[in-house]
Design a protein around this ligand. Structure first.
Ligand code: ADP
Ligand code: MG
Length: 626
């Protein structure tokens, strides 16, 4: 007999399981059945390609047997089994399957979150059992092995006798406590209920010996017990069933059972396509962002089945990147079982399915937006960024799919609005869709550049996401209206007739020339502002790169030092302008220099841009005060 220790991470997870306060402990049954079903899938799949193997459907099943007297629960399968190496690899170390993330585990303290957020598989059995024994014989192997563990101490492995290929998991249940009843996992009715709830669609029979009653022969009114083996799951996969036979709960349970997520989906869609290509599909839009969603680790894709047999876990070809949050499965009779990843990419059928799915998701999302606004906003909060990335990264080619799904915060409504809503409210003379960019709504609201636009009663979209402005540059227009930043050089707003925009004289232009010389290449121009009402100064910009984009680009790892063309705008109606003029007229070079630099730095601060020399700036401020 060999004695081994668990790896460090496994030990920590084990501790969590053993001391778990998780209220749905019953899910350990779902986990063990799902492993058994995976193991049968493996042997089934092998038999399809290996002619020496015969797969008789009747030979493959899972059996659950409670033994009340000894407080033991057995889960038996005729799957592919495990070799000694596999036992150590797969059960000695947790979750190579990726269903669990160690980094995340460090951040969470009690077991509740862990089990709530990840599938934890085999180890979940330690929530209910003191000792777990695995007896297994692998396909193609002469030896069978017994693995046993009492938890954190480690495990033992020894040879044993098992005739048939497959695995048996034996759980010695914990003793009942004041608030936990482990005995119920030995009750037939309870086990049946749990199997129905979580594992009804498992494709192989899950059998149990059930106690039944029949009238006793010869004696009137008396009954006798007998035992009959029964298959307790319905086995028909949910996607083959008729939609009207299924309830919301069925779809939500399937979502959980499949580990698509541990939240409740915002939306599910069941497609039964009969046209050019035949397939069944169930798709979900999750409510919460998977913890790794915006990282490189996240893999998009749908489960792909060929006629009921899983051929791929995550078929990425089925989803465009901008819908990478969609979870679910596709089953088609028109796909070959032995199709390889490379072949899939060129498969005509698969391309058709992908196109259908894309269109379906688009219309579902539009429907959600139209009919269940609150839910859509929840969805958008999680995945809106991804849609905007979609617009940007495909150079606006997905405009048609995505533009109506976009939302931005509105100065008028103080909440998210669609572009269509914006357009429909535009006064007739308004030429552009105006937007302002900044780190937060609060900051944008205080931007001097918004003054004149708001003053006209025009709505402004607030862009607070890095990607917003980049995406909008790709769209260029929405329903023939161009987008315009409130900081752009020409706002396209005519000044009202009786409005005093401040008269700029020849002399003033010389002053601005002077200021420009002082600032040299820091700005492209210095001008009298047409947009400022109360604020003394702001930055505007010309050209394709905006100030916000400069910020985003310079924060990137390999930044190309792209700079926006900045224009310093001065409010000629502000008293500060008098001071500037005064200094200029008196030919006080030092003062003009000082004021110009101060104003420029103030404009940078308002934009949230770093000032070149903070020490000099503070010294200058002091000079003015003294
Ligand atoms: P996952 O199922 O996500 O891979 P688990 O912790 O549930 O993670 O199982 C770990 C691994 O142990 C499985 O991937 C599989 O290789 C192996 N395993 C577990 N149960 C069985 C079983 N009944 N038959 C064969 N292999 C099994
Ligand atoms: Mg598992």
């Amino acid at each position: 007999m060999e004695k081994k220790e668990f790896k460090a991470e496994s030990k920590r997870l084990l501790d969590l399981m053993i001391n778990s306060i998780y209220t749905h402990k019953e899910i350990f049954i779902r986990e063990l059945i799902s492993n058994a079903s995976d193991a049968i899938d493996k042997i089934y799949y092998k038999a399809l390609t290996d002619t020496t193997l015969k797969f008789n459907k009747e030979d493959y099943y899972i059996k659950i047997t409670p033994d009340k007297e000894n407080r033991i629960l057995k889960i038996f399968d005729t799957g592919i089994g495990m070799t000694k190496e596999e036992l150590e690899e797969n059960i000695g170390v947790i979750a190579k399957s990726g269903s669990f993330d160690f980094k995340k585990m460090n951040q969470l303290k009690d077991g509740y979150d862990i089990i709530g957020q990840f599938g934890v598989g085999f180890y979940s059995a330690f929530m209910v059992a003191d000792t777990i024994t695995v007896i297994t014989k692998a396909l193609g192997s002469d030896d069978s092995y017994k693995w046993e563990s009492k938890g954190a101490d480690g495990y033992t492995i020894e040879k044993c006798d098992k005739d048939s290929i497959g695995t048996e998991i034996i759980l010695k249940l914990k003793e009942n406590t004041d608030d936990e009843n482990y005995d119920e996992y030995l009750e037939e009715y309870k086990l049946k209920e749990i199997v129905k709830k979580y594992s009804d669609f498992v494709r192989y029979p899950i059998k149990m010996d059930l106690t039944k009653h029949k009238p006793k022969e010869d004696s009137e009114g008396e009954y006798e017990e007998y035992i009959e083996e029964e298959t307790v799951n319905s086995m028909i996969p949910i996607w083959r069933k008729n939609k009207n036979e299924l309830t919301k709960e069925d779809y939500e349970n399937f979502y959980k059972e499949k580990h698509y997520g541990f939240d409740k989906p915002v939306k599910y869609v069941h497609i039964k396509a009969e046209g050019m290509v035949r397939y069944n599909s169930i798709l979900y839009i999750p409510e919460n962002i998977p913890f790794d969603y915006y990282t490189k680790e996240y893999e998009k894709g749908l489960e792909l089945y060929s006629n009921g047999v899983l051929i791929m876990d995550k078929c990425s070809e089925l989803l465009p990147d901008y819908f990478s949050f969609v979870k679910g499965m596709v089953d088609s009779e028109d796909l070959s079982l032995n199709i390889s990843r490379e072949m899939l990419q060129h498969d005509r059928q698969l391309k058709l399915i992908a196109k259908n799915i894309k269109n379906k998701m688009k219309s579902e999302l539009l429907g959600l937006l139209k009919n269940e606004r609150e839910k859509y906003e929840k969805f958008y909060e999680s995945f809106g960024r991804q849609l905007k990335y979609g617009v940007y990264s495909d150079f606006g080619n997905n405009k048609d799919v995505l533009q109506d799904l976009l939302m931005f915060y509105s100065s008028k409504e103080k909440k998210l609005v669609t572009l269509d809503e914006y357009i429909s409210r535009m006064p007739e003379e308004q030429k552009y869709i105006y937007y302002a960019t900044g780190d937060s709504i609060d900051r944008i609201e205080k931007l001097p550049q918004t003054e004149v636009v708001l003053d006209r009663g025009y709505e402004i979209l607030y862009f607070t996401d890095d990607v917003d402005e980049f995406a909008i540059k790709m769209l260029m227009k929405y329903k023939d209206k161009e987008f315009k930043s409130v900081s752009s050089g020409d706002l396209g707003i005519e000044s009202k007739e009786n409005e005093d925009v401040g008269s700029v004289e020849e002399e003033d232009n010389k002053l601005f020339e002077n200021m420009k010389t002082i600032l040299s290449d820091k700005v492209k121009d210095v001008k009298a502002s047409k947009r400022l009402k109360n604020h003394p100064v702001c930055l505007a910009n010309e050209g394709d790169v905006s100030i916000e984009m400069e910020k985003v680009l310079s924060a990137m790892p390999n930044n190309q030092n792209v700079k926006a063309d900045k224009i310093l705008e001065i409010n000629v109606n502000h008293d500060i302008f008098k001071s500037l003029k005064d200094a200029y007229e008196k030919d006080d070079k030092d003062k003009l220099d000082l004021y110009t630099n101060l104003l420029y730095n103030q404009a940078l601060l308002i934009e949230g841009l770093p000032i070149d020399d903070p020490v000099e700036f503070t010294n200058n401020m002091c000079k003015v005060m003294i």
